[in-house]
Design a protein around this ligand. Structure first.
Ligand SMILES: [Zn+2]
Length: 269
């Protein structure tokens, strides 16, 4: 059986508290042999590390999500540098920029609040890129409606820090700009959605060693589980569609995506 990795899961979320060992067993049965649990703030990052200590095939990414930027400390770097030393911490993130939901879109929100929010996102993104560079790690990048600013923030780090543009949902032209900077993209269950043709087109255009697969669980369950809680085992369904789109066998897709993951996450064993 072809094996795959879930390179982006939120195993520390409460959705999984009741059945984690069974969920990991289902992943193993489906051929999903490694799972990377992503932190969204310091507490979540610490929980991801604890899970990596408890389960051999679970690894951790530590960082602070842009949607949580307003509650981040002024200087995230000292705490992140310490967490990054752990042998099973394989990258920094998830970090990046998200302009999709801004304070002014809500009742009573102001444009000034938008500016504060953007500034804080940019500040913690910059800090995480610095920690990644100092630690010899790459970054898991969350980007939504903010491609230009995200690429601009990463530009000074080209050659030192690569990004995994996770849950890639932009077009082939955007993918080419990401890849041109030495970064890579990764695809979720959106690839299987009926209305996901633009994402399939982006994957079709992506060079075979520049992408990975992920669930972003508990979100974005692929067809035929769409709308239900997502879990790492469902990388299998994502991989089946990805192989069709790339016109390759599952074995070829497994070899390419796993090798890409080992290059991107140097501490993944
Ligand atoms: Zn995520």
């Amino acid at each position: 059986m072809a094996s795959f990795y879930d390179t982006h899961a939120h195993l520390d979320y409460p959705e999984f508290a009741a059945d984690l060992p069974q969920l990991l067993e289902r992943a193993r049965t489906a051929g999903i042999t490694k799972i990377i649990s992503i932190g969204t703030d310091l507490a979540s990052s610490e929980r991801a590390i604890q899970l990596s200590e408890r389960f051999g095939n679970v690894f951790a990414v530590v960082g602070w999500h842009p949607n949580e930027a307003l509650t981040a400390p002024d200087d995230l770097r000292p705490a992140l540098r310490e967490l990054a030393k752990h042998p099973k911490v394989v990258a920094i993130g998830e970090t990046g920029l998200d302009y999709y939901r801004m304070p002014s879109h809500k009742e009573g929100g102001t444009v000034e609040q938008d500016e504060t929010y953007k500034r804080k996102q940019a500040q913690i993104f910059q800090q995480q890129l610095e920690v990644a560079s100092d630690s010899g790690l790459n970054c898991v990048v969350h980007q939504r409606a903010a491609l230009e600013d995200t690429l601009a923030a990463m530009q000074p780090f080209v050659g030192r820090v690569r990004g995994q543009f996770h849950c890639f949902a932009d077009d082939a032209a955007a993918m080419r700009r990401v890849v041109a900077m030495g970064s890579i993209v990764s695809f979720t269950g959106i690839l299987t959605f009926k209305n996901g043709q633009n994402i399939r087109d982006a994957l079709a255009a992506t060079p075979s060693r520049q992408f990975m697969l992920e669930t972003d669980c508990p979100y974005l369950a692929p067809v035929p589980y769409r709308g239900k809680r997502c879990e790492p085992a469902y990388v299998k369904e994502i991989a089946e569609v990805a192989a069709q789109v790339k016109g390759c066998s599952l074995e070829e897709l497994s070899a390419a995506t796993c090798q890409t993951a080992h290059e991107f996450f140097p501490k993944l064993r």
